[in-house]
Design a protein around this ligand. Structure first.
Ligand SMILES: [Zn+2]
Length: 261
């Protein structure tokens, strides 16, 4: 039974991963994620259902379009696999429950945001703005997510988390603008932190703000020194820190007396 439901969770994750790939490809260009159907990003030929099977089609077609034979980004394969692993592990952690849906939702959004930010430097508002509202809804229906016994307390935590997350990054950005006389923090990063605040509450969103730069540091050094990059996407690192704090924030907070208030 367990094997069956675990397998089902993996397969649902694969299918959902295909959808995430569509979001990654279309959202930064503000295209509809519903229509038209899947097509090759190069020759625009519609992709038959039999050529659109997660993971397998990529392998059988050698990572190339059946029609124009141009290479399809390996990212499609990776996102499908990541989504399947996400569904499977979160299913094994929580089973059918609100925390399952909250975690799958939040982490899926973080996957799309991260890849989109890496590929285009954009964090789609179509994800972060509804994400803020959905974070509030999860707080309302599942107060323990915010460490509150009651929906009122959870909503307050969530609302202040939005303000603290978005507000603190806005301040960092304004400070950066004054110090470096150029745009240092994108609006997408600010909305991403506001969304994380909705799911994490005030205390834990500050943990993300604290740990985010450390997560970003190795890549930032590599990009600045190795590739002489002008700008470094901050979204993926906020996303990694956010996911980590969402799962283990309570334990981590205990180890940092600074945050025991
Ligand atoms: Zn093609």
């Amino acid at each position: 039974m367990d094997i069956f439901t675990n397998f089902a969770a993996f397969v649902f994750g694969l299918i959902f991963g295909s959808f995430l790939n569509v979001c990654i490809h279309r959202m930064p260009q503000e295209q509809s994620i519903v229509s038209p159907g899947s097509h090759c990003p190069h020759c625009k030929t519609p992709i038959a259902i039999t050529d659109n099977i997660p993971l397998l089609s990529f392998i059988f077609l050698g990572g190339k379009c059946r029609h124009c034979r141009k290479a399809i980004s390996f990212r499609y394969f990776l996102v499908e696999l990541a989504s399947a692993m996400l569904w499977l592990s979160v299913w094994m952690m929580f089973g059918l429950s609100i925390p399952f849906f909250a975690t799958v939702f939040l982490f899926s959004v973080l996957i799309v945001i991260s890849v989109s930010d890496l590929e285009t430097g954009l964090i789609p508002d179509q994800l972060t703005l509804p994400g803020i509202v959905i974070g509030l809804l999860f707080a309302f229906f599942y107060p323990p997510m915010l460490g509150a016994p009651h929906w009122k307390g959870a909503l307050i935590q969530s609302a202040f988390g939005i303000l603290a997350g978005g507000g603190s990054l806005l301040l960092v950005g304004l400070l950066g603008n004054v110090l470096f006389r150029k745009e240092t923090m994108g609006g997408g990063d600010i909305k991403l932190m506001a969304m994380l605040g909705a799911f994490l509450g005030v205390k834990k969103v500050f943990l993300v703000l604290f740990f985010g730069p450390f997560v970003a540091l190795p890549y930032a050094l590599y990009a600045k020194i190795g590739k002489k990059a002008e700008t470094i996407p901050f979204g993926p690192f906020l996303a990694i820190a956010g996911a980590w704090i969402f799962l283990y924030g309570d334990t981590i907070a205990k180890h940092f007396s600074l945050f025991n208030w």
